[in-house]
Write a protein that binds this ligand. Structure first.
Ligand code: NAP
Length: 267
């Protein structure tokens, strides 16, 4: 039996076991996907012992994504550029690190609003998720302007310095963009709301919130009220899981309606 897991601290909230469990059953694969609560100081030993402990790989979540970078034997380009690893494969005794957030982000965007304009994109936030979003956007041919807005401006400036053609604007400026993306944790259950005015956006603008708990954040509700199209964070989570599943279990799984509904019930 092939075994993988999600590694975090805490990790009890992770939806990944449900996601991979659904696919293992759907494709009739003799595999298992669990969760491992590993504190930061135990991460190096846990990762170096993955194979001996019977794992073929794992996902990494908070707070391990950046800390895992130097612990990999090989990093793919995406993980290198984003500066974080969220998917690990053990092959020939070596650890291969990947980042699937960029793929999850762009796939869900293109499936939900295929005609979205990337002429003028505003990214709110400058953490790991913002890096993945900008990395994905930079792969597109039809992208013109990317602007970053972050509470801590210096962090946005660092991000802009790491990616060509990204500029910085002041926190809490009313957005003027064809696509507005919230990559902060604002709006998540238990967190303050992201309080920005959407009134100046054109009617064909799209608002994307990476937060998926709740599924309809106050930002998305406000966007709907303005008649704007919205994209929630759940599809990104589901699509990013495909890379690990393919690497570990050899099948590129489908994100179908039944899967989405079963994960929605867990939120
Ligand atoms: P991170 O690296 O810790 O960055 C957090 C970001 O949120 C920073 O820009 C931070 O601004 C901002 N922030 C936090 N509290 C704030 C507040 N009170 N006021 C203003 N800004 C605040 O975290 P991350 O890994 O980028 O994740 C960010 C969010 O994306 C989380 O909600 C996570 O669940 C979500 N996410 C979703 C997916 C998905 O698949 N849908 C994937 C990855 C992440 P400062 O720099 O000023 O602190």
């Amino acid at each position: 039996m092939k075994r993988a897991c999600v590694v975090g601290h805490p990790v009890h909230h992770s939806l990944s076991p449900k996601l991979h469990g659904y696919w293992l059953k759907k494709y009739g694969i003799d595999g298992d996907y669990g969760r491992e609560d590993i504190p930061p100081d135990a991460l190096p030993d846990f990762l170096s012992g993955l194979k001996e402990n019977g794992f073929i790989g794992c996902n990494l979540t908070i707070p391990h994504k950046e800390a895992a970078l130097p612990l990999m034997d090989h990093l793919d380009d995406t993980a290198k550029q984003i500066g974080a690893v969220n998917t690990v494969l053990v092959r020939d005794g070596k650890l291969y690190g990947y980042n699937s957030d960029a793929y999850g982000f762009i796939t869900h965007l293109e499936k939900t609003v295929p005609d979205v304009s990337l002429e003028n994109v505003l990214v709110i936030g400058a953490g790991g998720a913002a890096r993945a979003v900008i990395y994905a956007l930079k792969q597109k041919q039809n992208i013109s302007t990317i602007t970053v807005m972050n509470r801590t401006r210096v962090r946005a400036e660092k991000l802009a310095a790491d990616f060509d053609g990204v500029s910085v604007t002041d926190w809490n400026r009313a957005p003027q963009a064809s696509l507005v993306i919230n990559t902060t944790s604002l709006g998540m259950a238990g967190q303050p709301v992201l309080d920005i005015s959407l009134e100046g956006l054109s009617k064909d603008a799209v608002v994307y919130d990476l937060v998926y708990h709740p599924l309809k954040t106050d930002l998305l509700l406000a966007a709907e009220k303005e008649g704007l199209r919205t994209v929630d964070g759940l599809g990104m989570l589901l699509h990013q899981g495909r890379l690990g599943f393919r690497l570990w279990f050899g099948v590129d799984p489908v994100v179908d309606r039944v899967l989405r509904q079963s994960i929605e019930r867990e939120l």
